[in-house]
Design a protein around this ligand. Structure first.
Ligand SMILES: Cc1cc2nc3c(=O)[nH]c(=O)nc-3n(C[C@H](O)[C@H](O)[C@H](O)COP(=O)(O)OP(=O)(O)OC[C@H]3O[C@@H](n4cnc5c(N)ncnc54)[C@H](O)[C@@H]3O)c2cc1C
Length: 400
């Protein structure tokens, strides 16, 4: 099944339309149906590009599901909670993201010198391996920026165990093409498939499962029969979970929005009336290689939609600062607003957070505070991701 671009219009109203049509199905689904993805029916929500950038939030989706279906919505609420699990887990182990980035660079260097590896890599990303299913998903990913969870699992497993490509390059390829490409969900899912998240527990794709999940469309031959443990990727112990900053309601304030969170409604409802608003986008930080135009177009559209939607509440707003020079330009913008503090939604581990670290230092030199406001949902859920998902789910249950 191909997923055409128009399925993901970068607007809040498109996100709510996805949610509405999914809600009609949510209660009658069970886990088996979620696995099917060839019948062209919405067994999954396809909300991930919206949740990823918080065009709609997890809380909104959970509340809507619970309101419509009560306890019957639990399997899907559990899926949505996985996002907070991976986010919290990485937040307490940021080294895993840095190590993965180093692994990508090392993998790209290997491609320069190892011709066989390079040929396999090129065939994999272009969808020319001859492996049924895999090639189809590779092309769907490049064209539409979305794959079903099972397609992702099978793709990653074949990449690692059949094609023997470095897992970091696969994770990087996803980050360059997925509309929902996320440092936490993506990196940690690839690690999970590789058997690094739970040592010894890798995910092995099988022809039977792929045939079943695709309604008989794909029956791949020659897949690896065993998963040879991937080396490296030692899991560091959980460090402290960061906390958000508190803002001073009396100080003149500017608002900085970014691709990690385009729903600042909770800040506006708490009384924030910014002197001005800027947007920061950092798609090029997702990968050392160029990132798909499908992603950058989506992000630019999402920013436009956010600015239009909130134009009466966010003061004069600036077109997005993007790429190199964004930090310098943001410092100039902040000074021009005459704000004494800049509030920004807390950005989890990833390229936006790195830029905010630099911005923090630069603004401090101008006597302007950068306040990273953390949503109560994140503040409550993330610290619970110290261990495995089962424990997280049990602990987080009381919160929702
Ligand atoms: C190798 C691999 C890479 C992945 N990379 C990403 C990624 O970069 N970004 C991303 O959001 N998800 C990623 N996932 C998780 C999952 O595949 C997608 O969230 C899901 O397929 C998105 O489609 P959906 O919105 O229709 O999901 P639904 O099944 O409708 O789930 C609803 C929402 O719950 C969340 N969710 C569901 N399953 C997971 C999961 N296993 N992990 C984290 N969140 C989940 C997502 O926000 C999703 O939108 C990855 C999974 C694998 C195996």
């Amino acid at each position: 099944m191909e997923y055409p671009k128009h399925l993901f219009a970068p607007t809040r109203s498109a996100a709510l339309a996805h949610l509405e049509s999914f809600i009609k199905f949510a209660a009658v689904q069970d886990a088996t149906q979620r696995d099917a993805h060839s019948a062209g029916q919405p067994h999954v929500s396809m909300l991930s590009p919206y949740l990823r950038h918080r065009i709609v939030t997890e809380e909104q989706v959970i509340a809507a599901l619970q309101q419509s279906h009560g306890t019957a919505s639990e399997p899907f609420v559990t899926e949505i909670l996985s996002r907070a699990y991976w986010k919290g887990w990485l937040q307490m182990r940021p080294k895993v993201w840095r190590d993965t980035q180093s692994g990508v660079i090392a993998g790209l260097r290997r491609l320069e010198t190892d011709r066989d590896l390079s040929a396999t890599y090129e065939a994999a990303v272009d969808g020319r391996t001859g492996i049924a299913g895999f090639d189809h998903w590779a092309r769907a990913l490049r064209d539409g920026g979305y794959l079903h969870n099972h397609q992702r699992l099978n793709f990653a497993s074949i990449w690692i165990f059949t094609l023997h490509l470095p897992w970091e390059l696969g994770a990087d390829h996803f980050m360059r093409h997925l509309l929902d490409g996320d440092p936490a969900s993506n990196t940690l899912s690839w690690r999970w498939v590789a058997g690094l998240h739970v040592p010894g527990q890798a995910f092995l794709a099988t022809p039977d499962a792929i045939a079943r999940q695709s309604g008989g469309l794909h029956l791949p031959q020659g897949l690896a029969q065993t998963s040879v443990a991937v080396q490296g990727g030692v899991t560091p112990p959980a460090g402290p979970c960061p906390q958000g900053g508190a803002w001073d309601h009396k100080l003149p304030t500017a608002l900085l929005l970014h691709e990690e969170d385009l729903s600042p409604d909770w800040l506006l409802e708490a009384g924030l009336r910014p002197l001005g608003t800027a947007f920061l986008l950092a798609p090029s930080g997702r990968s050392p290689q160029p990132v798909s135009a499908v992603i950058t177009d989506f992000l630019r559209g999402a920013v436009r939609d956010c600015a239009d939607r909130l134009s009466s509440d966010i003061g004069p707003y600036h077109k997005p600062f993007i790429g190199r020079g964004a930090v310098d330009a943001l410092v100039t913008w902040a000074i021009q607003t005459e704000a004494m503090q800049v509030i920004t939604p807390f950005a989890p581990v990833g390229p936006v957070a790195s830029l905010l670290d630099s911005l923090d230092t630069r603004l401090a030199a101008e006597n302007i505070r950068l306040i990273r406001a953390m949503r109560p949902y994140d503040a409550a859920a993330w610290p619970l991701a110290t261990d495995d998902f089962a424990r997280f789910r049990a602990a987080v249950r009381g919160l929702i």
